[in-house]
Every structure is written in structure tokens, then in C-alpha cells.
Design a protein around this ligand. Structure first.
Ligand code: GLU
Length: 424
């Protein structure tokens, strides 16, 4: 296991919570109601492999909170996913939904597996078994999953189908991030990146520079990172570096993002492998050095704990837009704050995904579907409002944007908990 994984993301999440709770002067009872996850479930999932053998995969679902609405959050398929990571991700979902004001609590799922090493049938069997095993937890009013790292609309379709077959009814609102053909929403695929772009536009305005000609480095080229690269380059930004598991690629003049997307499409699995053969880029010796490049905007769009006390002193970007969840550790936060780096925190920056998930859930429940323009109009309005409210809160309490976002969100969850009171 790598050094990075040894940093416990849930402990980091709680440190963020504690700072904001202290400023809000929450008492012990208020904290007890909203800090720890409500329910943690672990399952062993037997799956028949193509060679006839049976393999057991570990799966988790954590419901952090159902105070403001059904638990909401994606399902991650990753060989190194742990329950502590899923707890942190579920926690962040609670506060993410509260920051943007969508009526959900927080949840997250994980399955310990490497999907690139599974056949399509094996992947389908695993996805179905996970959903069947936990089907009592899920439901449009209980817990509504979605895609996350290494899961996609096809996997959502299998999970939706499994649930609907069990219940003997068509129930699209049990899961979001579905394909359009099965009740998915226009704009959902690019929503995380699109929401980030709305925040970045506000942030560069606030900081007094423009997106046109701004130099950008993006770590991660999955759903969030690849759409981020495309959308920002359309806004006139110069994407000088991108990376994924195959390595980091750099061109100070700007990378041809269409060539990068084409490379991913042509590879058997979605990676940038071989990009240096298709367009003018240099493959960096150390992919982590992407985070230290001399750029205006840095976008971590991969996993947690990427910017730590070890590399934060070398970060040169003026603005960090956290497309990933938890990419900056609390220790790195302090270093970056001293360096005057403006961070759009994950629970605000990447909330576009869950916001359009909410719009998808609404459309599913009324059975009427909106155009992409309509969806993006709502997304922009919600993201810009949330950005403004977080900025205002951070000014009011004289704290950075992350603590500002937590103060805003914790205030909303606490208020809802108080209004509901305790069921005997
Ligand atoms: N996995 C995404 C996130 O971390 C989306 C969750 C959702 O749409 O429920 O925010």
C-alpha cells in the first residue's frame, strides 16, 4: 500500500469538521447529531468468474446522514478502497449537498476491485450482486447511489435493473447517472466538470484574472478531469499538463485536448497511454510533479491526499479547483493558505455532479425530461449562488473557502437536525 493511502481520509475530514464546528460554537449534542456516520455496512460478494471459479469481493455502503433527505453519493470501484475512505466520502457528501442546498443527506459506496481486470460479464455480475445484497438500504426516498471513480452509466443501468427486477416495477429514481435511454439527465455526464467551470469563472473574477490564456494543469483524466480539460479549453484556457494512471503529459504551449480524448477512446480501457505518439507532449518522469508546475490553475481530479505537507510548499498555482474529493490534506491546507493560494473546496467545486443527480432524480419522479439548456441553467444558478454564499461566509468569519463552506453546510444540517428533533 502506498504512503498516500496511509493518510486516513476520514480523520482528515473530521479535522475539517472540528475547525468549522469550533467557529460555529456547536455544543456536544449538536456535534453528536451530525458528525459520525449513521450506518456502515460491509458485505462479501461472491461472483462467478469467467473461468467458473467463485471470487469474493468486499463491498461497503456508508450512510453518513439522512437528516436533510435520502442518503446520496456514488459507488467507487477501486482496488485500494477502504471503509475509512468510504466514510470520509460519505461525510463529504452530506456537507456537499448542504452547500449547494440540494435536499439530500450523504452516503457513499465502495467495492474493492480492479474493473480493468474484469471482463464485462464479471463486472456486471459484481455490480448486480452488490446492489442486490444492499437492496434494502437503497430506494428513491432512502439512499440514492450514483457513479464515482471507475463506475459509469452502464454500471448504473445494471444496478437500476437489478433493483427494478427485485421490486417488479420501473424505479429509475433509485440511482442517478444513468444513460439518457433509461431516465438519465441531459448534462449529467459533464456535470461535475461543468459545475467546477462555473465556480472557476467566479473565482478568477474574484481574483482579478481571466480564463482566457490562463495556464491549467489537471491531475486525472476520468469523467471529471477529461470534461474539465475540454470545457476549460473551450473557454480559452491553455491546458499545459494532464495525467492519469499511465503517466503525466506536458506541453507548455498547450495540449491538444481532442487528441487526448481520441487517444483514450482508441485504447481498450480509457487511459492516455501512448498520447506522446499522437500529439506534441512530453511524458513527465515523475507524474506527481504535475502538481508543482508553474500554472495559474491547478485541478486535482483524481483521488484523495495528493497535495500534502510534502509537496504543498512547491505548489505554484494561484487557484486550486478541487474536482476530486479530499485531494488536499489539512496540513497542506495550512501551508497553501499562508502562500495565499485560493482553493475552491471539493464540497463546493465538484458539487455539480450531485446537483445534476438531484435534477435527474426530480425528472425521474415526475416522468418529464428537460433539455440540456434547462439543466445547465439550473446548474449554473445553483453553483453560482453556492459560490457566492461560501465566499460571503468565508469573509464574514475571516476563514478560507473550505472552512467557509463547512460553516455554511454544518449550519444548514444542524438547523435541520434541530427542527426534526429526536424520535424517541
Ligand atoms: N460521485 C459524485 C460525487 O462525489 C456524485 C455523487 C452523486 O451524484 O450522487 O459527488
Amino acid at each position: 500500500m502506498s504512503f498516500l493511502k496511509q493518510i486516513n481520509p476520514f480523520e482528515n475530514a473530521l479535522k475539517q469538521f472540528d475547525k468549522a464546528a469550533e467557529i460555529l460554537q456547536l455544543d456536544e449534542n449538536q456535534i453528536a447529531m451530525i458528525k459520525e456516520p449513521r450506518r456502515i455496512t460491509e458485505v462479501n460478494l461472491p461472483v462467478q468468474m469467467d473461468d467458473g471459479s467463485i471470487r469474493i469481493f468486499k463491498g461497503f455502503r456508508v450512510q453518513h446522514s439522512i437528516i436533510r433527505g435520502p442518503a446520496k453519493g456514488g459507488i467507487r470501484f477501486h482496488p485500494e478502497v477502504t471503509v475509512e475512505e468510504v466514510k470520509a466520502l460519505a461525510f463529504w457528501m452530506t456537507y456537499k449537498c448542504a452547500v449547494v442546498g440540494v435536499p439530500f443527506g450523504g452516503g457513499k459506496g465502495g467495492v474493492v476491485c480492479d474493473p480493468s481486470k474484469l471482463s464485462r460479464t464479471e463486472l456486471q455480475n459484481l455490480a448486480r450482486r452488490y446492489f442486490a445484497e444492499l437492496s434494502d438500504m437503497f430506494g428513491p426516498d432512502q439512499d440514492v447511489p450514483a457513479p464515482d471513480v471507475n463506475t459509469n452509466p452502464q454500471i448504473m443501468s445494471w444496478m437500476f435493473d437489478t433493483y427494478s427486477m427485485h421490486k417488479k416495477r420501473f424505479i429509475p429514481a433509485v440511482i442517478t447517472g444513468k444513460p439518457l435511454e433509461l431516465g438519465g439527465s441531459e448534462g449529467r455526464t459533464e456535470a461535475t466538470a461543468q459545475g467546477m467551470v462555473y465556480c472557476v469563472r467566479e473565482a478568477v473574477d474574484h481574483l482579478g484574472f481571466g480564463l482566457k490564456g490562463a495556464k491549467v494543469a489537471i491531475q486525472g483524466f476520468g469523467n471529471a478531469g477529461s470534461h474539465a480539460a475540454k470545457l476549460l479549453s473551450e473557454d480559452g484556457a491553455i491546458i499545459v499538463a494532464i495525467s492519469d494512471i499511465s503517466g503525466a503529459y506536458y506541453n507548455p504551449e498547450g495540449i491538444d485536448i481532442d487528441a487526448a480524448l481520441e487517444t483514450c477512446r482508441q485504447n481498450e480501457v480509457w487511459t492516455l497511454e501512448g498520447l506522446e505518439k499522437n500529439t506534441r507532449v512530453e511524458k513527465m518522469d515523475d507524474p506527481m510533479k504535475l502538481l508543482e508546475l508553474d500554472v495559474d490553475i491547478l485541478i486535482p481530479a483524481a483521488l484523495e491526499n495528493q497535495i500534502t505537507e510534502a509537496n504543498a510548499p512547491n505548489v505554484k498555482a494561484k487557484l486550486i479547483a478541487e474536482c476530486a474529493n479530499g485531494p488536499v490534506t489539512p496540513e497542506a491546507d495550512e501551508i497553501l493558505e499562508k502562500k495565499n493560494v485560493f482553493i475552491i473546496p471539493d464540497i463546493l467545486c465538484n458539487a455539480g455532479g450531485v446537483t445534476v443527480s438531484y435534477l435527474e432524480w426530480v425528472q425521474n419522479r415526475m416522468g418529464y425530461y428537460w433539455t440540456k439548456e434547462r439543466v445547465n441553467e439550473d446548474l449554473e444558478r445553483i453553483m453560482v449562488k453556492a459560490f457566492d454564499e461560501v465566499l460571503e461566509t468565508s469573509k464574514k468569519y475571516q476563514v478560507n473557502m473550505r472552512i467557509g463552506a463547512f460553516i455554511l453546510a454544518i449550519g444548514r444540517v444542524t438547523k435541520a437536525a434541530e427542527l426534526r428533533g429526536l424520535y424517541a
